[in-house]
Ligand binder design. Structure first.
Ligand code: FES
Length: 156
């Protein structure tokens, strides 16, 4: 699916969230009825340590305008160092993007606890704002955008 030329830019952002912290914080944000942009599509992983560089690059390749990983606070990963290892992978992906002329800020990592529902919503807003400023990904089309559009149609 390609972007409509005359429609205003609405970023498609993937949030990869650890089930113990960020995903629980997203749930809390929902329970607290905190608004965060619908631009952010959340997926859950058992630990951010399961996220590999290829997953982040694949999301960008598939047309996501931005992707972020949200894991437990440093020192509180349930699998000890998953979040620390993934921070290094995120940094490596950011460097790779810079080397090919893409903005590294399209890929980010955050740490939060399950009690940080408001922070989860704030991160989603910050990320959406940041990607809005960067503009659409230079990688047009891709299945991520098409799947996001399908999900929106099915939930409507
Ligand atoms: Fe949350 Fe590892 S269990 S980042």
């Amino acid at each position: 699916m390609t972007r409509e030329k005359d429609t205003p830019f609405e970023p498609e952002i993937l949030a990869i969230c650890c089930k113990y912290c960020a995903y629980a914080a997203a749930d809390l944000a929902g329970s607290m009825r905190l608004d965060y942009p619908a631009n952010v599509k959340v997926i859950q992983v058992p630990c951010t340590g399961r996220v590999d560089m290829i997953h982040l690059l694949k999301a960008i390749e598939e047309g996501a305008d931005g992707v972020y990983v949200a894991g437990c606070l440093e020192g509180e990963c349930h699998f000890l160092e998953g979040n620390l290892k993934t921070r290094k992978k995120v940094e490596a992906v950011r460097k790779a993007l810079a080397q090919i002329g893409m903005e590294p800020d399209r890929v980010q990592m955050f740490n939060l606890s399950s009690a940080m529902g408001p922070r989860f919503a704030e991160i989603a807003r910050e990320m959406t704002e940041s990607i809005h400023k960067l503009g659409p990904s230079p990688i047009a089309g891709g299945t991520f955008r098409a799947e996001a559009a399908n999900t929106e149609r099915q939930s409507a």
